[in-house]
Structures are given as structure tokens and as C-alpha cells.
Design a protein around this ligand. Structure first.
Ligand code: K7E
Ligand code: CUA
Length: 684
């Protein structure tokens, strides 16, 4: 039976591979059958399939994912790295990892956080006063956009564990800014970027006592704890966040959750969900009885049938800031709840039941929310939202005075999709795709008939596919833009249970690549990709040709500013200067030596090393490490790095190049000689 399916498929493979052979890609074929005889290839493939026990389906999927050696992927995926604190760059459809971008956590391969000025400076920017943070929990990467389309310039990502944001320059895929955002202790909602990259927005996750820096017990939760929505102004010249031009909105002490930006018809608005409108703080523990008193957090926070979707008119908020209608809190301009209500820029919509995701459709009209404990996606119509706001069609006000739009007036539809819906993505044909955590599946449904193509009925479940297992987010290619693609979807599964060889109790997370068949066919699962380096939450997937990454740095570049480093030198300009116990060395690195090879200092000296990699050849990276000094840099071609440290350990320390750069790479080394201070004294 199998054979019958295999034959036409093999004919197809022969055609495909025949084309490759004809193009001369197989000049050195030594397989014994590459003699231009199509039948030879066919029987080869047949044999391979039989020997490996592959079905025709397997072979089709392998071909769909295959990117030949030396060829590039059509897409690049930027995945948050969860509690690794980093961002992963992955080619799609091959699902090959191209880079881990160091963001919140020191990373030695990139020399990030091991003494070189770029990484140390960036990481230090993310330390709240008096705290040194050495990890983060990245959740939601957001690519910069122009007119609602990814533009390949910058990437932003939030730190769930702390109220922090990292900004990555996609020219060199290095983090250029980490910022601790005042008034936000933990962050979740967002990060999103507005359609023309005016702002990156994050909201707090759990509220904190206001004013920031004060203490309040849980009995004061409702009165004193507050959340914040931070609108971080993006400098259009270099992607940096400018805190002086940023602003915030005060929020009630709900637990604000996922967020998305309005676009096209809803441009100028931002949306984020919430849970725990019950204001549960969890169960206290009775120390005498050794038992908890009251509901644990998850029960207390799940009593209400509805929580609130928050709607913020950020365009109007900008104007309020310009008009001075703010207070300075934690060094930020903050619009208080009262002002936001008075000025009509903050509204709520009831959303069922323990909500998580909010996702805005490509036209900006449909706001899709999912309650983890409700089997539906609930779809609001932004046109109805606008009408309800204009008509003051409110079903009431929350305890903080915020108007609640009439649920029935703004509802477009509910679609029953299955158990545990979390997040939704879209294609260009009027479909939404929702992850079902409890059901381990992806559900596909139709939006309104203004966007549905192909004669399907609006607001109906049309397809479902199982994934393995417990999917969190999902992403379609170009999925958060105004023009998503219809070819691929990636399921970001939390569990992988039995999918991979056993490697101990900690299993990898699992990405699964799904073919959307132009948004028309039944979804088809193509490939698994274990992620054994952290737990991704969300990804964005961009067409690879939108990247315009540098091939190398211009000679003498400071990777932080992308300008000429003030201490850049050319070959022949190396020097050492001494001033009391300050020693400054200007050093060059080139295949296969550092100049100078020997650096002599005295114990206790303040040492400054400026190292210029004078290479102008692609990929000619040198590393620089000193034994026992915890120093490691990645000096990429053209780059200059500065180290400042105290030579506090006497001895003869080897330094060496950590990148295998040339045949004499192992010889690319030298000595950092730190004369003991007693020897210094004896000499004096
Ligand atoms: Cu659903 Cu942080 Cu976006 Cu994880 S969050 S899944
Ligand atoms: Cu330079 Cu190895």
C-alpha cells in the first residue's frame, strides 16, 4: 500500500533533485548513482526511506523543511529565551539556531558582561538603584515597524522577572540598551511596538506599592498598590529608548497581562488584558497552626467570571503629557487614573474567564481575547468600541472609576475553539489561529466576513491540529504586521515529554513548525525543534530579506555607539602609558598576534586596555581573555573594546585569543605580568 503513494512522491523528488543536479550543485557526487540517471536517484531515495523507516509523509516534511547547505532560510525568527534572559535567532523553515543574542544575562561568547566596555555598560544600565541583576526572564520580543510592517531595524524585549527592557540593534544583533523602568517591578504586558515605532510599551505584571520605594502590607493592596503602563519613546535615529520623552499611565492593582498595539483602524490605541480583578494576594500562613489561611492566589484570582481588557488611547495620552496633565512619579511623567478617566483615554471591557492573550487582527478591527478557563475566543469589534465610547454606552465603572464598556455592545462574536485558549495569530485570509494549552492543539477559526476570503462562514471553527505538548504562544510568519504571510506557523510548546532522547528530568521545550497551506488547506505539522537553552515564550518571524546586518564593523568601531571608538588605533600605533599607578595600553589584534604580547604592571595598578581588532575581513573575530581575571571579549572585525580593572592578583597570567581564528591561533597569546607589591617595595 505504502509503495503506491511512494512512487508519485519519488517522481517529484527526482524532479526537484534533478533540478539541483542540473544546476551543477553536485559536481563532486560520489554516491555512485548521480550519473544523471533519474531512476538511480529514485531508487537511492527509496532505499534510504526504507532503511530509515520513513513514510512518504516524513519525506515530504523533510523536503519542506530542508534548506540546502549554503542556502539561506526565507525567514528569521526572534525568540525570547525565557529565564535564560536572552533572545534566540532561528532560521525558518530549517529551524537552525543562528545566534543567541545576549540581553539580560552575561554571555561569554559575545564577551557580554566580562569586562569589555560594551557589555558592561549596557548591563549596568539595567540595574535599579542598589541592585545588580545578572539574569532576566525574556517573554515578548517586538520588532520595530514602519507603517505596521517589520522593518528590520531594532528589536525590543521585556524582562518578566523585573521591570526591564532590552533594545537590540539588528545591524550587528547586539544589545545596545538595557533599562530598568521606574514604577514597574515585574513586567509582562507587551512588549509591543506601535506601528511606526513611536513607542515600545510594557505594562507591569503584579502591582507594587506606590509611591515606589515605600512599603505597604497586603492589607493595603487595593489602596496603595498600583500598576503602570509605560510608553517608552524610541529615538528614530538609533532605536534607543529616551526616558525623558517617555510617559506612563497609572493602573489599578489588577494583574495586567498580555498586550497588543492597535493598528490601521485602531491605530493610536493600545490594549492589554488583566486577571485578578478580585485583588487576591494569596493565602497568609498561620505559623502557629502551620496552615494557610484563606484562598491561595490561583483560587482567589479565579473567582470572577470576568476580568478587564484595558484600552488606552496613547495618541490622546501624548497630548495630555504635552498639556502638562501629569505628575512626576519615580522620575517619570505619569497620568493618574483620575485624569485618564476625566480625559476619556482609559476604558475597560469585561473579558471572560482568567484571560491571557489579547491579539489585534491585521486590519486592526478585531480584538481577540482568550480566557484560559473558557473554551471560547471572544472577539471584540473596534468599530463597535468606538461607537460605545462615543455614546458613553457603559455598563458601569470599576472601583477606581474607570468606565466599563457594555460587553454586548462591543462584542463581535465568540467562537468555541477548545480547552485552554491562550494566544492568537492571523493570516491574510481572515483566519485566526489560537493556541490551546490544555488541549495541546492549534485551532483555526474565521474572523468577520469583511476579511474572510474563500467563501467560508464568519466566526466559525474551521480546523484544528494537535501539537506536542501544552502549547503556549504561537506565531505566524510576519504575524504581528498588517500583512501576515500564509505559509508557516510555529507552535511554542512547553512540554516535550516523549519526543526526544532522554536527557534527564529537565526536558527541552519544543517548537513545532506547521504548514498553513496558503491559509487554505488543513494544517500540517512538518517538524520538531527542541529548545534546550531556555524557555521561549513568544517569537516574531520576519522575512529574512528585511535584514540588513553588517558584514563587519568599519575600522575602529565602538560597538555601543557604532561610531569610531575614541581609543581606536591602527597597526604601528600601539603604546603603553604610565601615570603613577595608572597604566594604559593601546593594543592591536590581528591574525595571529596581539601587540604588545607582554603587558607589565605592578600589583594594585589601575589597568586600562584598549584593544583594536584591525581586521577588515568577514568573520575574522578574535577573543581576548586573561586567566584568573574573569575577562573575556569578543573582538569582531573592526571593533575596539576597552577594559578597566585593578591588577589585584600578582603573578604571571596568560592572555590568549579565544576564537580559533587562524592556523597559528593557539600561538595568539601573551603575558600579563603583575609584579608583586613586595617586590615593588624591595626595588624602591
Ligand atoms: Cu503566554 Cu509571558 Cu506571553 Cu508565556 S506568556 S505562554
Ligand atoms: Cu585570534 Cu585566535
Amino acid at each position: 500500500m505504502k509503495r503506491q503513494y511512494l512512487v508519485p512522491l519519488l517522481a517529484l523528488l527526482v524532479l526537484v533533485l534533478g533540478g539541483v543536479f542540473a544546476a551543477g550543485a553536485c559536481g563532486d557526487d560520489d554516491g555512485g548513482n548521480g550519473d544523471g540517471n533519474g531512476n538511480g536517484v529514485s531508487s537511492d531515495l527509496d532505499d534510504i526511506a526504507a532503511a530509515r523507516g520513513l513514510t512518504p509523509e516524513d519525506m515530504k516534511h523533510a523536503l519542506q523543511q530542508f534548506v540546502p547547505p549554503g542556502e539561506y532560510d526565507d525567514y528569521v525568527m526572534f525568540a525570547s529565551g525565557g529565564h535564560s534572559g536572552q533572545v534566540f535567532v532561528i532560521g525558518m523553515p530549517s529551524m537552525r539556531i543562528l545566534k543567541v543574542i545576549a540581553a539580560f544575562t552575561p554571555e561569554p561568547w559575545q564577551g557580554y558582561g566580562y569586562g569589555a566596555d560594551w557589555g558592561d555598560t549596557v548591563l549596568a544600565g539595567g540595574n535599579p538603584e542598589g541592585v545588580e541583576l545578572t539574569w532576566g526572564d525574556t517573554h515578548h520580543p517586538a520588532l520595530s515597524e514602519t507603517a505596521g510592517d517589520y522593518d528590520g531595524r531594532w528589536l525590543y524585549v521585556n524582562d518578566r522577572a523585573n521591570g526591564r527592557v532590552a533594545m537590540v540593534d539588528l545591524q550587528d544583533m547586539r544589545t545596545k540598551q538595557v533599562l530598568a523602568i521606574p514604577n514597574i517591578q515585574t513586567s509582562h504586558g507587551g512588549l509591543f511596538v506601535t506601528p511606526d515605532s513611536e513607542y515600545a510599551m510594557i505594562t507591569s505584571k503584579f502591582p507594587m506599592p506606590w509611591p515606589p520605594g515605600t512599603y505597604a502590607g497586603s492589607d493595603e493592596y487595593a489602596d496603595v498598590y498600583r500598576g503602570a503602563s509605560a510608553w517608552l519613546k524610541i529615538d528614530q535615529t538609533n532605536g534607543r529608548i529616551n526616558m525623558d520623552e517617555s510617559f506612563q499611565l497609572e493602573l489599578p492593582p489588577y494583574t495586567q497581562d498580555l498586550a497588543d498595539a492597535g493598528k490601521l483602524v485602531s491605530a493610536g490605541w493600545g490594549f492589554f488584558g488583566s486577571f485578578n480583578t478580585e485583588l487576591s494576594v494569596g493565602a497568609d500562613f498561620d505559623e502557629a497552626l502551620s496552615e494557610p489561611i484563606g484562598d491561595p492566589m490561583e483560587a482567589g484570582a479565579s473567582r470572577n467570571n470576568f476580568d478587564y481588557l484595558h484600552l488606552i488611547n496613547w495618541k490622546a495620552a501624548e497630548q495630555l503629557i504635552a498639556d502638562g496633565k501629569y505628575e512626576m512619579i519615580g522620575g517619570q511623567r505619569v497620568i493618574r487614573i483620575e485624569t485618564a478617566v476625566e480625559e476619556g483615554i482609559l476604558y475597560l471591557i469585561p473579558e471572560p474567564k482568567s484571560p491571557h492573550g489579547i491579539d489585534v487582527s491585521p486590519t486592526g478591527r478585531y480584538l481577540v481575547v482568550s480566557g484560559k478557563l473558557d473554551p471560547h475566543v471572544t472577539i471584540f469589534d473596534f468599530e463597535k468600541v468606538e461607537a460605545a465610547i462615543a455614546a458613553e454606552d457603559f455598563e458601569g465603572f470599576d472601583d477606581y472609576g474607570i468606565p466599563i464598556l457594555n460587553y454586548d455592545s462591543v462584542l463581535a462574536a465568540q467562537v468555541e475553539v477548545g480547552a485552554g485558549p491562550l494566544h492568537t495569530q492571523f493570516d491574510s485570509k481572515g483566519h485566526g489561529y489560537t493556541s490551546l494549552f490544555l488541549e495541546s492543539a492549534v485551532a483555526k477559526f474565521t474572523l468577520g466576513d469583511d476579511v474572510v476570503t474563500g467563501g467560508e462562514a464568519p466566526f466559525e471553527l474551521v480546523d484544528k491540529i494537535s501539537v506536542h505538548y501544552n502549547i503556549g504562544h504561537l506565531a505566524t510568519a510576519e504575524g504581528d504586521t498588517v500583512t501576515p504571510d500564509d505559509n508557516y506557523l510555529v507552535a511554542l510548546n512547553k512540554w516535550s515529554i516523549d519526543r526526544f532522547a532522554p536527557i534527564g528530568p529537565l526536558h527541552p521545550q519544543n517548537f513545532q513548525l506547521i504548514d498553513l497551506v496558503d491559509g487554505e488547506g488543513p494544517m500540517d505539522l512538518i517538524a520538531d525543534m527542541p529548545i534546550g537553552i531556555g524557555e521561549p515564550h513568544y517569537v516574531q518571524i520576519m522575512k529574512a530579506d528585511k535584514l540588513s546586518a553588517l558584514e563587519l564593523y568599519a575600522a575602529g568601531t565602538d560597538a555601543l555607539t557604532m561610531d569610531t571608538h575614541p581609543e581606536a588605533i591602527d597597526a604601528g600605533e600601539e603604546k603603553v602609558e604610565r601615570d603613577g599607578n595608572n597604566v594604559t595600553v593601546w593594543m592591536t589584534a590581528v591574525r595571529s598576534h596581539f601587540t604588545p604580547d607582554i603587558v607589565r604592571v605592578k600589583e594594585g595598578d589601575n589597568v586600562t586596555l584598549h584593544i583594536t581588532n584591525i581586521e577588515q575581513t568577514r568573520d575574522a573575530t578574535h577573543g581576548f581573555a586573561i586567566a584568573h581575571y574573569n575577562i573575556q571579549a569578543s573582538l569582531e572585525p573592526g571593533e575596539v573594546a576597552t577594559f578597566e580593572f585593578v591588577a589585584d592578583k600578582s603573578g604571571a597570567y596568560n592572555f590568549y585569543c579565544t576564537e580559533f581564528c587562524s592556523a597559528l591561533h593557539l600561538e595568539m597569546a601573551g603575558w600579563f605580568l603583575v609584579e608583586p607589591s613586595d617586590a615593588v617595595a624591595a626595588l624602591d
